[in-house]
Design a binder for this molecule. Structure first.
Ligand code: C5P
Length: 227
């Protein structure tokens, strides 16, 4: 079984205090996006990769693609002004592929084994997300006051990859455009459509690079993997 992979990579570096796309920042010896791509390429489950970017980043993205040692097709796709818009553009540019995985370029520590597990999940599921059980107690807060403490046994932290039957995810995105739904992940669109989304065990180390501290932690984890 193989699936197509879309990588939203069209964001900025604002929250990192960087003046350019954070995915181009160096992590040890190569850009963050290159780590993400190399993990995906190393997974036999991935047959085709689309990367959504902003045109001003294309030359740098192309340099990264040129440095990859692979025969898998990798396409550059214009991103949008939100992650959701970037994924929508990616879906419109899919070249075949009944099953699609969406994986944030900023989650550069996901392993090839996780991609393989996600591919296997899509053989039986209509939609899923990689997720891990939360370790902290989570509070629902209104202003500065706690209004609820949900039972932790039912709380999972959402990661990517998230995987879907492609035609169903396309329908969900079209509906979102029609009804102005704005969400932060693709599972939320599936949920709004009343479609089932299941859980696949993610990885504790599959963090999303958001802050300078994340970059330092990622460097530590990668050095542990390849001493
Ligand atoms: O900013 P954040 O890390 O939450 O974004 C999640 C992912 O979505 C990142 O990989 C980022 O590059 C991507 N993104 C995108 N298009 C946007 C905004 C974010 O592809 N307009």
């Amino acid at each position: 079984m193989t699936c197509h992979l879309l990588i939203p990579a069209a964001g900025s570096g604002k929250r990192m205090g960087a003046d350019r796309n954070k995915l181009l920042l160096p992590l040890i010896n190569k850009p963050i996006l290159q780590w993400t791509l190399e993990a995906a390429i190393a997974s036999d489950a991935i047959a085709w990769i689309g990367v959504m970017g902003q045109p001003h980043d294309y030359p740098e993205f192309q340099k990264i693609f040129n440095a990859l040692n692979t025969t898998k097709p990798i396409r550059l796709i214009q991103g949008g002004s939100t992650r959701q818009a970037s994924v929508f553009n990616g879906l419109k540019s899919l070249e075949g592929g009944d099953r699609v995985l969406i994986h944030d370029g900023a989650r550069c520590l996901a392993t090839p084994e996780l991609f393989n597990r996600c591919d296997r999940a899509l053989q039986t599921m209509q939609g899923f997300i990689a997720a891990v059980p939360v370790k902290d107690t989570i509070k629902i807060v209104d202003g500065q006051t706690i209004v609820d403490t949900p039972n932790r046994d039912h709380l999972w932290a959402a990661q990517t990859p998230q995987g879907f039957q492609s035609d169903l995810l396309k329908k969900a995105h079209l509906k979102a455009v029609e009804l102005n739904w704005e969400v932060t992940d693709d599972a939320a669109l599936f949920e709004k459509m009343g479609l089932p989304v299941q859980i696949v065990m993610g990885e504790e180390t599959n963090l999303k690079i958001t802050t300078q501290q994340d970059l330092a932690i990622a460097e530590f984890i990668l050095n542990q993997r390849n001493p």
